[in-house]
Design a binder for this molecule. Structure first.
Ligand code: C5P
Length: 245
């Protein structure tokens, strides 16, 4: 029985501004995807990392990763497969590439390059202790409102507030999310038809919830934040500089 990590990295990252696909943007000179691969391989439990590349970019991603070999205790087998139109479809293709002896799967966004190994290990431990689905998450700093979005001709107009969920009950969910492999395979198989662009699940645990299986939360980490907007690049480089100091 092995533990593998699937890294969906096929997104264009439009919110980050113009330029290369997000996963190929560099942080302190090293592509974000390389940081993400290393953060998974840093766990002694992870022996295989599957990177899901843009649909027409698998060869390019493979040669990029070959320039940053995994060595020492970060050594792990590395596969690169082409992704799909949605994150959910990309993850499904990554799962399809896993060998039979993989029993525990992590799914980790390339956009969270700096997750500490302690977080990765605590997710894996909780799965191995019997939880079919485990997500790292943090309490929210901001209060959250549910709104009625204004679209089409009304886009940009003030949005009516529908409700205010109690903040203390909410968690902001990160990755890697960890799964019993059979549970995650079943969820992706059942809901594959909904994986179209613009729809599809934004996290894998959500699919497991829809399947009716239990999902639990373990503490996340502030350095597991998602690099989404330009300011996040500044923060990520500062975190790396602090680690090296
Ligand atoms: O777009 P978002 O920030 O939710 O993307 C989360 C992760 O899913 C990123 O690592 C991105 O590269 C990946 N993704 C993907 N295939 C897509 C869209 C997003 O692998 N079609």
């Amino acid at each position: 029985s092995r533990t593998a990590a699937v890294i969906p990295a096929a997104g264009r990252g439009v919110r980050l501004g113009p330029g290369a696909p997000k996963a190929l943007r560099t942080l302190n000179g090293t592509p974000m995807l390389v940081h993400a691969v290393r953060s998974m391989a840093a766990s002694r439990a992870v022996s295989l990392v599957v990177v899901v590349a843009p649909p027409d970019g698998a060869a390019e991603v493979r040669s990029l990763l070959d320039a940053y070999p995994l060595t020492g205790h970060d050594r792990a087998e590395l596969l690169v497969v082409p992704g799909g139109e949605s994150r959910q479809e990309s993850v499904r293709r990554g799962l399809a590439a896993l060998p039979d002896d993989v029993t525990t799967v992590l799914v980790h966004d390339a956009a969270r390059p700096l997750v500490p190994v302690e977080t990765v290990d605590s997710v894996i431990s909780a799965v191995r202790a019997g939880a079919p689905a485990v997500v790292p998450a943090l309490p929210l700093a901001d209060t959250v409102k549910e709104v009625e979005p204004r679209t089409g001709a009304a886009a940009g107009e003030p949005e009516p507030v529908v409700g205010t969920p109690e903040r203390a009950l909410l968690r902001a969910v990160q990755t890697p999310q960890g799964f019993d492999r059979r549970t995650l395979d079943a969820a992706h198989e059942k809901f594959a038809a909904f994986a179209t662009e613009g729809e599809g699940a934004t996290d894998d645990a959500g699919l497991v919830e829809r399947l009716g299986a239990p999902v639990v939360v373990v503490p996340g980490h502030e350095e597991a934040f998602k690099v989404t907007r330009p300011l996040d690049l500044v923060l990520a480089e500062a975190v790396l500089a602090r680690r090296r100091a």
